[in-house]
Design a protein. Structure first.
Length: 300
């Protein structure tokens, strides 16, 4: 029951994070919203480290691991928050779902491991086509939307690179220490970016921004991170991979409930990307095998 509850919470947190980012940007500049979130999260995880009596640094190599992990936050999250100004939350979640493709590509380049079969290569090409369809829809909507989609794709590239580098460095670090280290390393860069891009303290913060930032600090940066590693250890890879398929669908529904609307071509592109993700994770083949077993049972 604990694993099932943690799994459901991860799905819920991941599906609501893009909408919460939109909310946090309501009365704050995008860079102020992400910087405030990172500063508050850093303070919180530092307190948790002290309460749990976990050391931040065990050996000097930990700093290198934290630096690799921090790439998943800075500049990755700056791009995500900037894109949130023009890209609907549901579409953000769909694009972030392409993260496994970039992990696979960097595994080939950095780890010299080839996770790509003929089916996965087909899925990758299908995902690229889906992104092209989405971009064409955004071109018709406006140039700013196109740049937002491009920023989201770049964020996925950086996230994939960060994940593979952490794996290459052989991180045997607890989820709390990893989250704390990556926040402590990256937060000063967020502060410098805020000074450079904005540099002005907000005079007013409305209710939506307050709720969005608070939710992202507690759920996105602390609880969600720890639960993700807990689920990853307890569940099979196939079951974990379902998260990248469930969350975009839920995120689109949350976005529509919040008043977001999508063009027909955007929805077509989203559908293509979702099929590509299912194909990449092997779910299409597993479903086909299951259907064959049901309708064509083996003869004795």
């Amino acid at each position: 029951m604990q694993v099932a509850g943690a799994y459901l919470l991860v799905v819920l947190i991941w599906s609501t994070t893009p909408l919460a980012i939109h909310w946090s940007n309501s009365s704050l500049s995008f860079i102020a919203a992400i910087t405030l979130r990172m500063m508050m999260a850093t303070l919180l995880v530092y307190v948790l480290l002290k309460i749990m009596r976990e050391p931040l640094i065990v050996n000097k190599r930990d700093w290198l691991i934290y630096a690799a992990s921090a790439l998943g936050l800075f500049p990755n999250m700056v791009l995500v928050y900037w894109a949130a100004q023009t890209v609907p939350s549901g579409l953000m979640s769909v694009i972030m779902g392409t993260y496994p493709f970039f992990v696979g590509i960097f595994s080939v380049v950095i780890l010299r491991e080839n996770p790509f079969s003929a089916t996965k290569i087909l899925a990758l090409l299908l995902a690229v086509f889906g992104l092209w369809v989405v971009q064409q829809a955004q071109v018709m909507a406006g140039v700013e939307d196109l740049w937002g989609v491009g920023a989201m794709v770049l964020a996925c590239v950086i996230w994939g690179f960060s994940s593979v580098m952490v794996k290459k460095l052989g991180a045997a670090v607890s989820p709390l220490r990893m989250g704390s280290g990556s926040l402590i390393v990256s937060t000063p860069f967020f502060m410098v970016a805020w000074l450079w891009i904005d540099g002005e303290l907000p005079t007013t913060i409305d209710h939506k921004s307050l709720v969005g930032v608070s939710y992202l600090v507690l759920a996105g940066s602390v609880l969600g991170h720890v639960l993700w590693f807990f689920v990853l250890r307890a569940c099979s890879v196939i079951n974990v991979s379902l998260i990248t398929l469930i969350t975009p669908v839920m995120a689109i529904n949350w976005g529509m409930l919040a008043g977001e609307r999508f063009s027909l071509w955007t929805l077509v592109g989203v559908a293509v990307i979702m099929v590509a993700l299912a194909l990449y994770q092997g779910l299409v083949i597993r479903l086909w095998q299951r259907l064959v077993t049901w309708f064509l049972p083996a003869h004795p």
